[in-house]
Ligand binder design. Sequence first.
Ligand code: 13P
Ligand code: SF4
Length: 302
Amino acid sequence: MKNDKLVEEINRLKKEKRAVILAHNYQPEEIQDLADFVGDSLELSRKAAEVEADLIVFCGVHFMAETAKILAPGKKVLLPDLRARCPMADMVRGADLRWMKEQHPGKKVVAYVNTTAEVKAETDVCCTSANAVKVVSSLPDAEIIFVPDRNLAHYVSQKTGKNLHIWDGYCPIHEEIRPKHIQRMKQRHPEAEVWAHPECRPDVLPLVDRILSTGQMIKEAPKSQAREIIVATEVGILHRLRKENPEKKFYPAREKAICKNMKRINLKKVYRALLLEKPEVVVEASLAERAREAINQMVRFV
Ligand code: 13P
Ligand code: SF4
């Protein structure tokens, strides 16, 4: 089937099945254009909880669909390709976190939303890149366990002055954006501002003007005085930035910053998922129960 026909069929099935399509800001362009809602991890979690639908087709990676399922247990959540997983989320398991808790008895646990349900079930409060600083500041504790992103943890610990016990995880895509990429792009575009995602390395963040989640980049772009912006994150974000701000120029800090797991989703797989109502993401009830409170607290932080 050609793409136009696929989009037509997807829209027909969507109506028939009372489905919504949620897509992350790193999704392929055709998926972003098709989706009912495009956003960052926090926005998508909120949307999943409040949207009126029987079926959610989640175009993102597995932990996002799993979080949606935990927040909306009555809805059927589909992930068009179950192999779309986040390598960073898979760097820490429930057993690893239990071990960390034994090493630091009595310490609260903050887990990045990029974790499995098993890890969330061992967590006091979750956060996303949009609210990590606020979540950690809100806790009265001076020492906190933070998993799994060492780069985000480093940034949060600098911002909050708290002593974080950090798991050694990272996003392979952001890890590969190096100071040399920023320096090269600054030389090429001397007038441009540089924006980076907080998953970037601690030697990259001091070189940039602003540190923002993907959703914050989308909100700040129209308000910014800058005419040109170098963006240090996964390149999928450029599609929306350019579409919504045609008068501005956006450049990727590293053109090869592509998350292949995010790009596993395509129109054909979305169509098949809607047609067959699978692959479905399910979370065992008692695990979901234990993970839900930590996620609910995250969703409450703006
Ligand atoms: P946000 O969209 O929440 O900024 O997170 C980026 C990310 O890690 C998605 O994989
Ligand atoms: Fe995971 Fe990084 Fe891909 Fe996001 S961009 S899904 S953090 S690997």
